[in-house]
Design a protein around this ligand. Structure first.
Ligand SMILES: NC(=O)c1ccc[n+]([C@@H]2O[C@H](COP(=O)([O-])OP(=O)(O)OC[C@H]3O[C@@H](n4cnc5c(N)ncnc54)[C@H](OP(=O)(O)O)[C@@H]3O)[C@@H](O)[C@H]2O)c1
Length: 363
């Protein structure tokens, strides 16, 4: 489904709209200048566009009359997620300046023309917009507010976008500190895992000013087809907390179901193949279940990052005065997974902790 909000009915907009199954093209006259934009969508997509005029202006530059402009983009954090996501921006020709804690993990982007810069402040001095996706809230704090952080000097960039899963309160602090320097800020965490990042199929949940979201929208669309503006600063992170509460439930369900299958002598893959197509289907069982069957506990999504995410949701709910007992139980189990040496394993390693709890043979 392709959804435009509000309808394409701006008075100065005459549109020609054609839609095929996998591609759509639209062209329209805007203040007398004809433009053509082409997007390729590999799958069905929901695209929410606040204003087609803003969208066009954001793609083509402030006057909305230039051809698709190649932008100077900064990217900080080139791990499992960041390297793939930045790669999608690079692929369409944007000029990339990169920084990450370990340079080696940025080599792939540098080989394809990315420019290495020595600090977050340096990245912000040389680019128009900076994206970040690092590990933990303390990393986000360092990258934005540290002595060599994005906001430490005189950033030339006009927009910063943090895509790390981090604290809503930190997102609001960065928003305020950025605003003092005339910089717009978005919190835009993602869902879809390593596969979603690689295949540009992420869901992106965004907090900040709506006008800023609209400016960044064409770049977000290069990373994923499912986008939603959720509200003011911190709203993207609150939405991601909801996402992680759901993932916690799905993970304990998937791992306990597979433990049950193995203990009852069923073929685990056969179980996934059937239950993964019914009402019990989830991303977890369909994508991580087969990794458990193969004994593949490589990340994916690190156990230690998931403990962090559940901790954020638990702290936010406690601060607001409500309890999430199911989430607290799953977080405790994951703390045990980490204690067993699997902090840098994928989240499917929960299966190992459950196996360890159940060493005794069936009665
Ligand atoms: N993987 C997933 O499936 C997934 C899905 C959705 C959201 N997320 C979230 O996305 C974020 C990144 O996840 P990931 O899986 O890509 O983790 P990752 O592979 O550890 O990537 C994080 C990258 O940021 C770098 N970094 C950390 N602190 C830094 C700092 N202070 N300055 C500069 N660079 C820094 C890390 O450097 P080093 O190379 O030195 O460690 C690493 O390259 C996390 O918040 C995670 O919760 C992950």
């Amino acid at each position: 489904m392709i959804l435009f909000q509000p309808p394409l009915s701006h008075p100065c907009l005459h549109r020609l709209f054609s839609c095929r199954r996998l591609d759509f093209k639209f062209s329209f006259a805007y203040d007398g200048t004809s433009e053509v934009l082409t997007h390729t969508l590999e799958n069905a997509a929901v695209i929410q566009i606040g204003s087609p005029v803003c969208y066009q202006a954001a793609v083509n530059g402030h006057d909305g009359k230039k051809e698709n402009r190649k932008m100077k983009i900064g990217w900080i954090g080139t791990g499992v997620m960041g390297a793939s996501m930045a790669g999608h921006l690079q692929k369409v020709g944007h000029d990339l300046s990169v920084f990450s804690r370990t340079r080696k993990r940025a080599e792939g982007l540098i080989e394809k023309g990315g420019r290495w810069v020595d600090s977050p402040a340096g990245v912000a001095e040389q680019t128009e917009i900076v994206f970040t996706i690092v590990g933990f809230p303390e990393d986000v704090r360092e990258v934005y507010l540290g002595p060599k952080g994005i906001l430490s000097g005189k950033p030339a960039c006009r927009i910063v976008v943090d895509m790390t899963t981090s604290q809503p309160s930190l997102a609001r602090l960065i928003y305020d500190e950025a605003a003092k320097r005339g910089v717009e800020s978005l919190d835009a965490p993602v869902s879809g895992g390593d596969i979603g990042a690689r295949d540009a199929k992420l869901a992106i949940m965004v907090g900040g000013k709506k006008e800023t979201f609209e400016k960044v929208l064409p770049l977000f669309q290069l990373m994923g087809p499912t986008l939603s503006y959720m509200g003011g600063p911190g709203s993207g992170q609150h939405t991601k907390a909801c996402n992680q509460i759901l993932v916690a439930g799905n993970m304990i369900g998937a791992c306990e179901a597979l433990l049950y299958a193995s203990r009852q002598g069923l073929d685990m893959q056969q179980v996934i193949d059937i239950v993964g197509k019914g009402a019990a289907a989830s991303w977890s069982i369909n994508n991580l279940g087969p990794r458990i069957v193969r004994g593949d506990y490589a990340p994916g999504f690190f156990v230690e990052h998931f403990i962090k995410d559940m901790g954020i949701a638990l702290a936010e709910s406690a601060a607001a005065g409500f309890s999430l007992p199911g989430l607290a139980l799953v977080q405790q189990l994951y703390i045990a997974v980490k204690a067993q040496g699997h902090g840098r394993s994928g989240t499917q390693a929960l299966f190992l902790a459950l196996q360890a709890l159940n060493r005794a043979p069936n009665k």
